[in-house]
Design a protein around this ligand. Structure first.
Ligand SMILES: *[C@@H]1O[C@H](CO)[C@@H](O)[C@H](O)[C@H]1NC(C)=O
Ligand SMILES: *[C@@H]1O[C@H](CO)[C@@H](O)[C@H](O)[C@H]1NC(C)=O
Ligand SMILES: *[C@@H]1O[C@H](CO)[C@@H](O)[C@H](O)[C@H]1NC(C)=O
Ligand SMILES: *[C@@H]1O[C@H](CO)[C@@H](O)[C@H](O)[C@H]1NC(C)=O
Length: 343
């Protein structure tokens, strides 16, 4: 019998040396819409009440927003069916995190904290991952404010805003696992200044990770602002089109890189990095809960980015739909999927 121990030793040596394998994953980002109509219906009750799949629904009734207890199975179905192994969510209250953990089951795990207290209050920007494919190495959270290391709100922002940061290992690859950094976030809906500061903080952190890990850096998030126009400061900062804002000095010092290193580091919008024929689905990522055909709210505000230091190849990009034939929108956003090969 061969012993695996020498192999494991070799593996950890290779990881220590920064020698990586090659592996591909499907990642998603999905703003769930917070549980604005809470009830006490359990996941088990919802599952046992699912309609007969052979019976046609009443097509496309204009139903508007439905309770999370109705939407959650659809969220799960969309992602599970797509073969996602890494999922960043936004607007998840603790009940929604718990429900998704129940629906995804024991094969999955998750990290993240409530943004209002750093524990369980307020919305999470949680990161869910499939354990057969992804291993958690470490995680932390920081706030997108002037005091990033404590639960806090930027002046005049609508809400506390948080970024969930992880070091992960993508395990399934022909030549072994790949270590990478993954950040997931939700920027403010009311303050463009907050969004600009948030993008600046995330760029500082992402550059630091690119420098210290010498590996791929992926960011997903609802930026609450599009890629062009008067509100696009956060997008322009994170993609390097305009300079970042000064950030908290403690944060800047903690995540400093040697002077002159990666000074031109930015994040690239994966939608533009994928060959055109592999970019599919919808354009808008936010639709609101309007009736089908009511496009007044449609905008592209949910993004997937890869660090300009490389070590990744984006091979597919898809914006799904939240609408099903029964007229129910699983969320007022759509799920965004990216296929990323890490190396
Ligand atoms: C849910 O259950 C709790 C405890 O029984 C009850 O206090 C609350 O009113 C219920 N909420 C709703 C929306 O039914
Ligand atoms: C992830 O973060 C949570 C909350 O801070 C912490 O309790 C947990 O130990 C972390 N896990 C790892 C593997 O870093
Ligand atoms: C920077 O953030 C730290 C931790 O959140 C805080 O203690 C400090 O006061 C902040 N610095 C400034 C100048 O606000
Ligand atoms: C970094 O380099 C710039 C330009 O060369 C210089 O102005 C600045 O003082 C340097 N900063 C540090 C901390 O050495």
């Amino acid at each position: 019998m061969l012993s695996f121990e020498p192999l494991l030793g070799l593996l950890s040596l290779l990881l220590t040396l920064g020698v990586q394998g090659v592996a591909t994953m499907r990642v998603s980002t999905y703003n769930l819409r917070y549980d604005s109509m809470p009830n006490n219906i359990t996941v088990a009750q919802t599952l046992s009440a699912l309609p007969d799949p052979l019976t046609p629904p009443t097509y496309y009734g204009a139903k508007g927003e439905q309770p999370w207890s109705t939407r959650r199975v659809k969220v799960y179905e969309h992602l599970n069916n797509a073969g996602v192994v890494l999922a960043g969510f936004q607007e998840a209250l603790v009940r929604q995190v718990d429900d998704l953990a129940t629906l995804f089951g024991d094969e999955w795990s998750w990290v993240g904290v409530g943004r209002d207290d750093g524990v369980a209050a307020g919305e999470f920007s949680p990161i869910f991952y499939k354990k057969s494919d992804i291993e958690l190495i470490s995680n932390d959270s920081f706030w997108l404010s002037n005091t990033p290391f404590e639960p806090s709100k930027y002046p005049n922002a609508g809400s506390f805003r948080i970024c969930t940061a992880t070091h992960l290992l993508l395990k399934t690859g022909p030549s072994g696992p790949v270590r990478f950094t993954y950040l997931n976030t939700h920027l403010d809906d009311q303050s463009d200044d907050e969004r600009r500061l948030a993008a600046s903080l995330m760029l500082v952190r992402a550059r630091y990770e690119a420098y210290t890990t010498n590996g791929p850096v992926i960011i997903t998030g609802d930026f609450n602002s599009p890629s062009t126009g008067t509100d696009s400061g956060a997008y322009q900062i994170i993609t390097g089109q305009i300079p970042p804002e000064p950030v908290n000095a403690t944060f800047a010092a903690k995540y400093a890189v040697p002077n002159g290193t990666l000074s031109d580091f930015t994040m690239l919008d994966l939608k533009a990095e994928v060959p055109r024929e592999y970019v599919s689905g919808e354009y808008a990522t936010y639709t609101g809960f309007g009736a089908p055909g009511d496009a007044t709210d449609f905008t592209r505000i949910d993004f997937v980015y890869g660090g300009s230091n490389g070590k990744w190849t984006a091979t597919g990009y898809h914006v799904g739909t939240s609408l099903t034939d029964d007229g129910v929108l699983a969320s007022d956003h759509r799920p965004v999927f990216a296929d990323i090969t890490l190396h």
